[in-house]
Design a protein around this ligand. Structure first.
Ligand SMILES: *Cc1c(COP(=O)(O)O)cnc(C)c1O
Length: 464
């Protein structure tokens, strides 16, 4: 399998190269040159298999010869051994034909662990074989950073720098990033919002002297390997509810469009998904775009679901690439317009095709809190604010009928204890392995929202 850039001007790469690179050199994102498909029989055979085995079968067509079968099996085993649930991503029923897919049983309690633990293992194997080192720089709205630090801490071949927006992540998220003691991980508090962090990250990737000098690698959801890892649980959950002989729908709490795009990939591969619903909080640029065709950035309003406080949704570019018939030039033009004016307008044809793939709705702060309280009352279960955004949107969008709705439970409630307690009166407890998080000393470096200052900090921190 070869990987091409959504902007059409970067070198074609193998899976391993695309994984180690992150952002393409033309500013685009790597995507497979075609979508491999699985037959109904192959999908049906997933029923009852361990998560790791389904992961192997779903991802195998994408990785080419990056890893041999034994190596890839071992990588997947190691990636998920730290999860505290045998099923890895269990589903629970919360109502009639209404399910949650729990993606928060990994070490940092959010779905980011599913992809990050896997690429930690893949980076380690690939870099050891090449005898190379890389510098990983990531931008985070909270969960990516903690998942990356957890996945890469202590590895010899990587130094990790995570940019997070000062004051805009929850205390648990911050502490998960600032308390690890390994010398190769660094949490950097940037005086700005998430979009600023993401923009500086893109600036670094587009600065080829710096990029090549420090051997920059990216693990944000722009990294194809992360999206790929997330395709797996769309299959496991759908099959457990009767796919491929029965359709299912998904509602996905969405920020950077990575998770929902993984659902789209599952559909391209042959999983019979009825509807894919984008659920946003009050930062609803994706919902507005699907309603009107105009992608117009407005600045971020902080919410109680901070991991979705995003206006520039990177992975949306991958969807645009497909609905513009994979014409890199057309995508590059839209992105140039976005960079210049903060907005672009979709063609009627592209908008119509997007609407065939994705449905959408947004959820206010009050509605989010009400959803937390309602689910607690109905089921005794305490959900996180991001999940609550999904549950609320799923309830609004669910037609009566027999198609099961699966809402992705993207984080554990204990990552966002204040918002959860305010909503439902229950203070969610951290699991035992994290019980002393608030006693551990923090290491924080603060920096202005300034490219040169951030670059200098990173250069200084790289180990010899
Ligand atoms: C990252 C994150 C999201 C948004 O996922 P995207 O792939 O960026 O759309 C939603 N909920 C939680 C808890 C997250 O950490």
């Amino acid at each position: 399998m070869k990987y091409i850039s959504t902007r059409g001007q970067a070198p074609v790469l193998s899976f391993e190269q695309a994984m180690l690179t992150g952002l393409a050199r033309d500013g685009g994102l790597y995507v497979p040159e075609s979508w491999p498909t699985l037959s109904a029989d192959e999908i049906a055979a997933f029923a009852g298999l361990p998560y790791e085995e389904v992961a192997f079968r779903v991802m195998k067509p994408f990785i080419g010869d990056a890893f041999d079968d034994d190596e890839f099996h071992a990588i997947i085993q190691r990636a998920y051994q730290g999860f505290n649930h045998e099923a890895r991503c269990p589903i629970v029923q919360i109502g009639e034909n209404n399910f949650l897919l729990e993606l928060h049983h990994g070490p940092t309690l959010a779905f980011k662990d599913l992809a990050m633990q896997l690429i930690g293992q893949m980076f380690e194997v690939a870099l050891k074989r090449r005898g190379e080192r890389v510098t990983i720089v990531g931008a985070t709205s909270g969960d990516t950073g903690s998942a990356a630090i957890e996945a890469f801490r202590g590895l010899d071949a990587v130094d990790v720098f995570i940019l997070y927006p000062t004051g805009r992540v929850s205390e648990v998220q911050r502490r998960q990033m600032t308390t690890p003691t390994e010398a190769n991980v660094h949490a950097i508090s940037v005086d700005g919002d998430f979009d600023d962090c993401q923009a500086r990250l893109k600036d670094m990737f587009n600065d080829f002297d710096f990029r090549d000098g420090v051997r920059l690698a990216g693990v944000n959801s722009i990294n194809w390997a992360r999206v790929l890892a997330q395709v797996v649980y769309f299959f496991t959950s759908a099959v457990s509810l009767g796919a491929p002989y029965r359709k299912v729908s998904f509602t996905v709490p969405t920020g950077n469009f990575g998770d929902i795009f993984a659902g789209y990939v599952a559909r391209r591969m042959g999983l019979p998904i009825d509807r894919l619903i984008v659920a946003t909080n009050q930062n609803n640029i994706l919902h507005r775009t699907l309603e009107t065709g105009a992608y117009t950035t407005k600045g971020v309003t902080p919410s109680i679901s901070p991991s979705m406080d995003i206006q520039v949704s990177s992975n949306f570019e991958r969807a645009l690439f497909d609905v513009y018939d994979r014409e890199g030039g057309a995508v590059a033009q839209l992105m140039e317009q976005l960079a210049k004016t903060g907005a672009f307008t979709l063609s009627q044809g592209a908008l119509a095709r997007l609407r065939l793939e994705f449905d959408s709705a947004d959820c206010s702060e009050d509605e989010t809190s009400v959803a937390i309280a309602t689910v607690l009352k109905m089921t005794g279960q305490v959900i996180c604010p991001h999940t609550a955004v999904g549950v609320k949107v799923a309830a609004d969008k669910r037609m009566t009928g027999t198609v099961p709705m699966i809402t992705l439970a993207t984080a554990h409630a204990a990552k966002f204890p204040d918002a959860v307690e305010a909503a439902c009166g229950v203070h969610p407890k951290l699991p035992p392995h994290m019980a002393d998080l608030f006693e551990r000393p923090e290491r924080i470096t603060t920096v202005a929202n300034d490219l040169e200052a951030i670059k200098a900090l990173i250069k200084k921190g790289i180990r010899e």
